[in-house]
Write a protein that binds this ligand. Sequence first.
Ligand SMILES: [Zn+2]
Length: 236
Amino acid sequence: MAQSYPKLVQELKEKLAVSCRVLYHLGLVDYMGHPSVRIPDSDLAVIKPRFSPQIRGMSEMTSKQMIVVNLDGQLVEGDFPPPTETPIHTEIYRARPDVQAVVHTHQTMGTAFGMVDRPLMPLMHDESELVAREIPVYPHGWLISTRQLGEEMVRALGDHRILHLQNHGVVITGSSIEYATIDTIRLERLANMNYITAVLGNPRPMSREDMDRVMEQKQPIAARWAYYTSLVDQDV
Ligand SMILES: [Zn+2]
């Protein structure tokens, strides 16, 4: 029997809260930033609410605090207001049916590479595929707080998976919240390695052939998700 709607939404809320706690644990978010996940076959998404005196660090997020919004960014379910930058998520869901989850962070290295004329190079065996195509840049530092700005940002994203928001942060899309969260982690690792090797000398990127070979060796991500989940406290 197909999973009941309330059970499905509860599972998505739990995974989203895990995403918040994992990203915090790894130093990629603090109180800012927000992941979301589309509720399949609907015009709704589950998202981490706006920070407030009640909604504090991402380390404290639980499924009970997660909220449901429609693609106009209006609150449909939950006790807390949506983030100011909800249009980052809703406009991507509107324009990209292939995207099931979106993570927005201000993570240090991933964000820094959106501010310089130095595209991320494919330096790491696992992470290089993230930059098999150069990550596009939305060349503004303002908040994506309206539908119009969201549409503009989506045009910059095009059919890519990741977008730099210059002077602001990054947006990572995925086919599930697990993939979007893990790609957020992988992006920071790749950006760190780009930084370190640029300081040390002349980085030697992977060849296209090696990147293709790694893609053939790719493993499912269930084990990685289980590992990251094990790093943080259980939902309460
Ligand atoms: Zn932001």
